[in-house]
Design a protein around this ligand. Structure first.
Ligand SMILES: NC(=O)c1ccc[n+]([C@@H]2O[C@H](COP(=O)([O-])OP(=O)(O)OC[C@H]3O[C@@H](n4cnc5c(N)ncnc54)[C@H](O)[C@@H]3O)[C@@H](O)[C@H]2O)c1
Length: 454
């Protein structure tokens, strides 16, 4: 009898144990499901665009003899370099960028290098006329000058989506000029492009060369130039300068900024050794569940420029480098371009902002030297020491043209500007040094990472 009772108590205990084990398994599975759902949610729906302004309530200060400058597109490659350099020179800067193509990491980096009373960031779309006007009207101290970099800027994409380009480039420039007029801001520096010239038989390109754009990108920039000129002719107080840049590459020689990075969520499927041993501000918990890292934006890679793509291939972030267009009527069949270092370009802006005029002045900004894509790739292999795997695509991108290099003598003669980084290997070395020392981009950050750090 006793043994029967003991047996039933024992089986009851086993049952209870099994039930509670079952419950634990269920709770564990539920927790795993919630964590996975959260991670997937962050992975797919987290957007930099959701992030808001930086230092919105800070009262900006303008030092004597300096200016308050609005930099549109200041989270992008060229705009971020310009914003940082203007701050270095003692100016106060307000960046307006919708982060659609730019990088919050660049904004945070700039903010970390300068006191908050000199730098503000508005996450705003230039297409939102009401918001744009309210930002300019509320800007205090008064804005002295606007540098307009914000644009989407891929030739091939513009052929596929022309309306997007005319809207983003031409219409948004009109929006900006209207908002400036309403706020009585009268000085304007415009980022134009050599793409306005299109396919030219006569090289090098001077400012007298008649534009004949071959893509909606080039055409929308040319239209924007026309709008600026027409506005200037109707508005005597308005002064502007238009800079037509050639192919921009490189990065800050001090390694403080880098082109075209973007935050992405990464699982630890490909663990990084520096992560596993706790370097680079990461904890082992972060390593286990993944983290935000910065990589060149995946959906834009197919449009990307050779300068970024060759380094992506050298770091292994791209399996190979695709050279697009190998049947051009050039010495080696690839496109010839004039590669201008971003530091030289920003220096041209600083000179140009003191030379705004009515009617608006126009300058080419290039080195005056043409380099083929194959030559660029050879330089990239030499600088990185990596035997990058190169894949060739004979067919060129729609809207592309074979040869283009500048005659920069006008800007040299009239403004006294000249490029310092004409050796492409030197410029690539700056970018490569940064990439090697920052395998995860500017920094790892994001809601999840911050949460874990707390
Ligand atoms: N990179 C080059 O080789 C090159 C050559 C000639 C001209 N340009 C011109 O220089 C400028 C900057 O180019 P980049 O290479 O730095 O490009 P980028 O994509 O790195 O930067 C452009 C910035 O503009 C922002 N932006 C785009 N649309 C916006 C909108 N509607 N509202 C607010 N912000 C918006 C993006 O988020 C991004 O931060 C562009 O006007 C481009 O046409 C570039």
């Amino acid at each position: 009898m006793n043994s029967q009772i003991n047996r039933s108590m024992a089986s009851e205990l086993v049952l209870k144990h099994e039930l509670s084990a079952n419950m634990r398994t269920r709770w564990f599975m539920l927790a795993t499901l919630i964590v996975s759902a959260f991670i997937w949610y962050k992975n797919f729906f987290y957007r930099e665009e959701e992030l808001t302004d930086l230092n919105p309530d800070t009262q900006l200060v303008v030092s004597p003899g300096k200016m308050h400058i609005i930099v549109t597109g200041g989270a992008g490659f060229i705009g971020s370099h310009a914003a940082l350099h203007l701050l270095d020179l003692g100016h106060s800067v307000t960046v307006i960028d919708n982060l659609s193509r730019g990088n919050l990491g660049a904004i945070l980096q700039i903010a970390s290098l300068h006191a908050p009373q000199y730098f503000k960031f508005h996450n705003a779309d230039l297409g939102n006329q009401k918001l744009l006007s309210s930002i300019l009207l509320a800007a205090h101290p008064a804005v002295d000058l606007v540098m307009h970099f914000a644009a989407i800027a891929y030739v091939g994409e513009s052929v596929a989506q022309p309306l997007l380009y005319y809207h983003n480039i031409t219409v948004n420039t009109i929006n900006l000029l209207e908002a400036m007029r309403a706020s009585n801001i009268n000085k304007f520096v415009y980022s134009s492009t050599c793409a306005v010239y299109g396919n030219q038989a006569q090289l090098p390109i001077t400012e007298e060369t008649t534009p004949q754009p071959t893509s909606p990108y080039g055409m929308s920039k040319l239209f924007a130039e026309q709008v600026i000129k027409a506005h200037a002719s109707a508005t005597p107080d308005f002064k502007a300068i238009i800079l037509r840049y050639f192919n921009v590459y490189g990065n800050d020689p001090e390694g403080r900024l880098v082109p075209h990075w973007h935050v992405q969520y990464v699982f630890p499927a490909v663990p990084h050794w520096h992560c596993l041993i706790g370097m680079n501000n990461t904890s082992s918990l972060q390593c286990l569940i993944g983290m935000y890292r910065e990589y060149p934006r995946s959906e834009l890679r197919k449009h990307s420029r050779i300068s970024g793509a060759c380094l992506d291939a050298a770091t292994g972030q791209l399996p190979s480098l695709t050279v697009i267009g190998t049947k051009h009527p050039t010495s080696d069949g690839t496109c010839i371009r004039d590669y201008i270092h971003v530091t030289d370009l920003v220096a041209a802006h600083v000179t140009a902002m003191h030379a705004v005029a009515n009617p608006p002045a126009l300058y080419n900004v290039g080195t005056g030297q043409g380099l083929s894509v194959r030559q660029f790739v050879t330089a990239c292999k030499k600088v990185t020491g990596v035997d990058i795997k190169v894949v060739e695509q004979a067919e060129s991108r729609p809207g592309d043209y074979p040869e283009m290099w500048a005659d920069p003598s006008k800007i040299k003669r009239e403004l006294g500007w000249k490029p310092l980084y004409v050796d492409v290997e030197l410029g690539l070395a700056h970018a490569w040094a940064w990439r090697k020392s920052h395998p995860s981009g500017y920094q790892e950050y994001g809601i999840l990472n911050d949460f874990i750090r707390k």
